[in-house]
Design a protein around this ligand. Structure first.
Ligand code: ADP
Ligand code: MG
Length: 222
């Protein structure tokens, strides 16, 4: 099993009302999951838990058989770099680094060898021309930044790719192109995908579609 959630509960800080309470949820290798829910329903929180950026207050999350809260923060960061690619809503690129350097930095964290060549290959496959490879990320268009963020998420050949609402700033044409690239790359790299959005019109491209409200018991929905 790639992802296995057992009986987790999570609340922020000293609030005792949980944002998430999930009895059971799992994802198999290679699956492409579309997870939807309204704004504020806990989608980003769940992705942060899956990436081990946040830890549940109780229960267990295992990715590839590794219990995330069994690792120290430092080892968890390393483990994440090797096994999980994350595309955040705001991309989180280093603005004054070029595309290749943003990707190389992710490879450096995971100690992935030969990153420069593969970074260039990924950028090329995603339609970022060579003359843009060293342009500061802040000087790239949103669509170009998104593609750099996907390349960065894939550089360490992760088993799992987590993507948080990356299409909200795009018009329909760019959105469709982005989705095609993302799904193509996930397929080519044999990477499982958990894609989160409030935009149900994207769901048709995924083999598995789930509403967060159906798996989350927090907030008295069940
Ligand atoms: P979504 O991604 O579905 O819009 P979030 O996971 O961002 O939802 O948020 C779920 C709930 O948790 C919301 O009520 C939000 O206000 C709250 N929340 C999110 N991040 C934090 C935080 N860092 N500290 C406190 N509360 C937060
Ligand atoms: Mg969110």
């Amino acid at each position: 099993m790639l992802v296995s959630i057992q009986n987790i509960s999570f609340h922020y800080g000293s609030a005792n009302i949980p944002v998430l309470a999930i009895p059971q949820w799992s994802v198999q290798s290679g699956e492409r999951v579309f997870l939807h829910g309204p704004s504020g329903s806990g989608k980003s929180t769940l992705l942060n838990l899956l990436a081990g950026i946040l830890l549940p207050n109780s229960g267990a999350i295992e990715i590839l058989g590794q219990r995330l809260n069994a690792l120290s923060a430092r080892r968890r960061d390393k483990w994440r770099a090797r096994h999980i690619g994350v595309v955040f809503q705001q991309f989180n690129l280093i603005p004054y680094f070029g595309a290749v350097d943003n990707i190389r930095l992710a490879a450096h964290f995971a100690r992935t060898p030969n990153a420069t060549g593969r970074a260039k290959e990924l950028l090329q496959a995603l339609g970022i021309d060579e003359n843009l490879h060293h342009q500061p990320a802040s000087q790239l268009s949103i669509g170009q930044q998104q593609r750099v963020a996907i390349a960065r998420a894939l550089i360490n050949q992760p088993e799992l790719l987590i993507v948080d609402e990356p299409t909200s700033a795009l018009d329909t044409q760019n959105r469709n192109a982005f989705m095609t690239l993302l799904l193509e790359q996930a397929q080519r790299n044999d990477t499982a995908l958990i894609f989160v959005s409030h935009d149900l019109s994207l769901a048709g491209r995924f083999s598995r579609v789930e509403a967060l409200v159906e798996i989350n018991r927090a907030g008295g929905q069940h």
